[in-house]
Design a protein around this ligand. Structure first.
Ligand SMILES: *Cc1c(COP(=O)(O)O)cnc(C)c1O
Length: 245
């Protein structure tokens, strides 16, 4: 099937919307990083975005993304930064460490331990975000933090896990990630973004030596609201590359 979406035009529109959302909430547009989610789209789409200066790309399946990364290794351009944004099975931990630059979806203790063990073995480091399920949707991966504001035990238990993760070599925690529920009005997703930011602030107080610089939140349907609430990374697929087929 022919890929006919105008990635360059879409990218221009998305960049402008990101900048406007940042400016109207008193933020510097440069503080919001766009991760172009290329999952399910062909390499030519990635190359078109690359030609427009896009370097950060997100994939949600380690193997599917790896095929694309391999194909693109023949491509002249460089500077690609590959973000793993989807659930990672333990047996794919090595693939992620070796071929991706950033992990948004560290969603459980065991994965952190496995990544750390392998990182020490292959002598590398990976920046990670802790995926937090703050909405309580059962379908979502991530540390279960739906009740963190109501029940202090939930926060304390999570802080215990975070403390353990921060001690693991090879895994550099840089912030939090979440996925908002699918809603008709993006404003309905706002409480989820506010909650993640509040959680980040709580962790910052508890672990002040960690920068907690990133909040990865916001997708095609809700990224402007996420930026208004402090997103430093937005993960956008459809608005750039077209509908998933
Ligand atoms: C697919 C995906 C996105 C992008 O979603 P769009 O609605 O296409 O912008 C963002 N984050 C994750 C984790 C995804 O799997």
């Amino acid at each position: 099937m022919q890929y006919t979406v105008s990635v360059s035009r879409n990218l221009g529109v998305v960049r402008e919307r990101i900048a406007n959302a940042a400016l109207r909430s008193g933020r510097d547009p440069d503080d919001v990083h766009l991760v172009a989610v290329s999952k399910m789209f062909p390499c030519e789409a990635v190359v078109e975005a690359w030609a427009e200066g896009q370097r950060d790309f997100g994939e949600n399946r380690p193997e599917e993304g790896l095929r694309k990364i391999h194909k693109l290794s023949d491509f002249e351009g460089d500077g690609f930064v590959w973000h793993m944004i989807g659930h990672v099975q333990s047996r794919k931990a090595r693939t992620v460490l070796k071929h991706y630059d950033f992990l948004h979806s560290l969603d459980r203790m065991r994965l952190a331990e496995k990544l750390s063990r392998l990182a020490v073995e292959i002598e590398c480091e990976i920046p990670v975000l802790l995926e937090c399920n703050v909405s309580g949707e059962a379908s979502k991966y991530g540390f279960d933090l739906a009740e963190w504001q109501e029940d202090t035990r939930v926060l304390e238990a999570f802080e215990g896990q975070v403390e353990a993760i921060l001690k693991l070599p090879g895994v550099q925690v840089q912030g939090l990630m979440t996925m908002a529920p699918i809603v008709d009005d993006p404003n309905d997703a706002r409480p989820v973004f506010v909650s993640l930011r509040g959680l980040r602030d709580a962790l910052k107080t508890r672990f002040p030596k960690v920068t907690w610089k990133h909040l990865s939140m916001g997708m095609t349907d809700d990224f402007e609201v996420a930026i208004e609430e402090g997103a430093t990374m937005v993960r956008i697929g459809r608005a750039i590359f077209g509908e998933y087929s």
